[in-house]
Design a protein around this ligand. Structure first.
Ligand SMILES: Nc1ncnc2c1ncn2[C@@H]1O[C@H](COP(=O)(O)OP(=O)(O)OP(=O)(O)O)[C@@H](O)[C@H]1O
Ligand SMILES: [Mg+2]
Length: 282
């Protein structure tokens, strides 16, 4: 369980985070959504233990991550973070060394490091060419994928992703989303991610916190957030908008429908039901 309690933080005079309180149960997916400058990355830095809040704290399984005695073990073994700018996380002479970095720091034997790297690269489809490349010689999307590999390779119990799909084309963003879904299904880890829009990621969440200018505007389930998107100043996901229009005409497509193929299936069902209804009338 992650528990953020009464967090306040300021870089200068003004607080950029004010009275933030939330809990995330083990295995949940938690979305932090807010417009640019709302405080998402600052909150990620605090949850990752990099920055200490001015007031309040973060507990993981009841332990205060800013308590010096607890923090080392807790943070390095349980939490992995992919920051908003992945290039800042890749600094070794080649990607292999970047992915191996945290395991070397934990004195994990070389053969296990190799095995884990092979496994994560197979999972994320990272080629040997990329593994041997300098992080300065690969594309932005590849950097993002390699930063994700650095985070996943230790199979963290808590994975924090700051705007994981920003700058990716829709196809790659979708693939990325699938990697994360698959990882969550396999490892049952807790995942916290941030986004500046209520997009496709929102469907994965158990809960969503909307940050507005450093304050909690609302904390609720995705379906309830989608309903309030307009008043919150966001666009609801396209699929959800289409389903709301169809359902407002008296149909009943499940609100949980989150992919084009699920929507196709549900619309086919409606059409077939209508056909049967019409045949009965004749
Ligand atoms: N290193 C810093 N020094 C001073 N102020 C900062 C610093 N980093 C962020 N800020 C300010 O803190 C506030 C929150 O910034 P933060 O980066 O957390 O927002 P964000 O929601 O992640 O934005 P974005 O969507 O653009 O990534 C902003 O007003 C920003 O200008
Ligand atoms: Mg940010």
């Amino acid at each position: 369980m992650i528990h953020a309690e009464n967090i306040y933080f300021k870089y200068y005079k003004e607080y950029v985070l004010k009275n933030i309180n939330f809990s995330v149960k083990n295995g949940e997916i938690f979305g932090i959504i807010g417009k640019t400058g709302s405080g998402k990355s600052t909150l990620v830095n605090i949850l990752s233990g990099l920055v200490k809040p001015d007031e309040g704290t973060v507990f993981i399984d009841g332990k205060n991550i800013f308590n010096k005695k607890e923090s080392g073990n807790l943070l390095s073994k349980k939490i992995s973070t992919v920051f908003q700018h992945p290039e800042k996380q890749l600094f070794n002479k080649c990607i292999y060394d970047d992915i191996a970095f945290s395991m070397k720091n934990q004195n994990i034997p070389e053969d296990i490091i190799k095995k884990n790297i092979t496994e994560v690269c197979k999972f994320l489809n990272i080629s040997d060419d990329i593994l041997n490349s300098s992080p300065f010689c690969i594309s932005g999307g590849e950097k993002r994928k390699c930063a994700l590999a650095c985070a996943l390779v230790t199979k963290p119990k808590i994975l924090i992703l700051d705007e994981p799909t920003s700058g990716l084309d829709a196809y790659t963003a979708n693939k990325f989303l699938n990697y994360i879904k698959e990882y969550h299904n396999k490892e049952k880890s807790t995942i916290i991610f941030t986004s500046n829009s209520v997009g496709n990621f929102a469907y994965l969440c158990d809960k969503i916190l909307i940050l507005d200018n450093g304050e909690e505007k609302i904390l609720d389930k995705p379906e309830n957030i989608f309903k309030k998107c307009k008043e919150l100043g966001f666009s609801a996901p396209n699929i959800w908008q289409i389903i709301s229009i169809i359902n407002s005409k008296g149909y009943n497509i499940p609100e949980k429908t989150s992919t084009i193929s699920e929507m196709q299936e549900n619309i086919w069902k409606l059409i077939k039901e209508k056909e049967v209804e019409n045949k009965c009338k004749i």
